[in-house]
Design a protein around this ligand. Structure first.
Ligand SMILES: [Zn+2]
Length: 130
């Protein structure tokens, strides 16, 4: 299970930072039995609208994570222990990542394809943090 370490909220877009635990719960559930992205949004219920992405910070086990809904534009972001199976996508270097998941949403097809390829490679996302 992924463990969030802290959460920060900086708003400079039309994204809404969600302080509930909905995204954390669905992300943890996804990591136990994931077989695909996107998922249904736990807040607005829109189908296939919920996405997640991690960023591994070098060899550190502490990285960043985002979870968000393309429909209602609620998101969560914080420092996370990245799962062992996670590999950063070359499409999303740290220089394009911000608190709000705008760059990720703008290329959400790549985000989902990256997640799904990693999960396919390990058989499932069942894992503990690295
Ligand atoms: Zn939603």
């Amino acid at each position: 299970m992924v463990q969030r370490i802290e959460m920060i909220a900086v708003m400079d877009t039309d994204w809404t930072f969600d302080e509930s635990t909905c995204f954390d719960k669905i992300l943890s559930r996804q990591l136990v039995s994931a077989d695909r992205m996107p998922l249904d949004c736990p807040l607005c219920g829109a189908s296939d609208s919920f996405h997640s992405y991690f960023y591994r910070n070098g060899a550190s086990e502490i990285g960043s994570g985002w979870s968000w809904c393309s429909r209602c534009r609620r998101f969560s972001h914080g420092r996370w222990l990245t799962p062992a199976w996670w590999v950063n996508s070359p499409d999303f270097p740290l220089s394009v990542l911000a608190v709000a998941p705008e760059a990720l949403e703008n290329n959400v097809g790549l985000v989902d394809a990256h997640w799904n390829s990693l999960v396919l490679a390990v058989g499932s996302a069942t894992n503990s943090p690295s």
